[in-house]
Write a protein that binds this ligand. Structure first.
Ligand SMILES: [Zn+2]
Length: 224
């Protein structure tokens, strides 16, 4: 078993990307071009919590299930590369008609609930085209793809159980609260606090807010 990074991390800490609004604004254009060096970087990273390779668009449903799992995980965003084997070899998508491919992806993309804005781009190299599909969670609610909710664990995707889903939704809603304000209560000892611990951190130029909901008794703070 790969462990439970997606769910266990959420127990104590949440990371809120402060740049998410501007990134969403940037992602409005459709079928933009990806710089080949950016593609190289993504492929070199390999399959991970937030990246998956799919050899062809025949695996579109699989890819979008994984994307669903990625946005539901703590990372809250994901990237799927179509036209790359799971070993990281660029083979290109089979359909050279990229408009048609994009339409196909957009149509399937309507199966996300709550809706997910897909950022679809293409990278051409030699005669091969790789389609890069990105998405970022836009709601504290758990996203479903085609009526089912998924979560990413390491580089694997699995369905979310009902109880997990309830827990995750509760945690995501807690993340909507400001750590500095309001009334917080510990679920173990009942201690009250007007704030929970948090700090700003910067990773790869992206500023995030790390929140620690833990109380010294081993319990967790929740909005009172
Ligand atoms: Zn406590």
């Amino acid at each position: 078993m790969v462990g439970l990074p997606a769910l266990s991390l959420g127990r104590r800490r949440s990371r809120t990307c402060l740049h998410s609004r501007s990134r969403r604004r940037l992602s409005r254009a459709s079928l933009r071009v990806v710089d080949p060096t950016e593609l190289d970087r993504l492929i070199a990273l390999g399959e991970a919590q937030s990246v998956e390779f799919k050899k062809s668009l025949a695996q579109l449903d699989d890819g979008l299930c994984s994307l669903c799992g990625m946005v539901n995980a703590d990372a809250s965003h994901g990237t799927i590369l179509f036209g790359v084997t799971d070993k990281g070899v660029t083979v290109g998508v089979e359909d050279a008609n990229l408009d048609r491919s994009q339409k196909k992806i957009s149509t399937k993309g309507k199966k996300f609930d709550p809706p997910l804005r897909l950022d679809i781009r293409v990278c051409r190299r030699d005669d091969k085209a790789v389609i890069v599909v990105r998405a970022e969670r836009g709601s504290p609610d758990i996203h479903e793809y085609d009526g089912r909710a998924y979560v990413r664990e390491g580089a694997a995707t699995r369905r979310l159980r009902v109880e997990e889903r309830r827990q995750l939704t509760r945690r995501r809603r807690r993340d909507e609260h400001s750590p500095q304000f309001g009334q917080w209560v510990c679920d173990r000892c009942g201690a009250l606090s007007t704030s929970v611990k948090w700090r700003l951190s910067s990773r790869a130029g992206v500023v995030s807010k790390d929140v620690d909901y833990g109380h010294e008794c081993g319990g967790e703070f929740w909005p009172a």
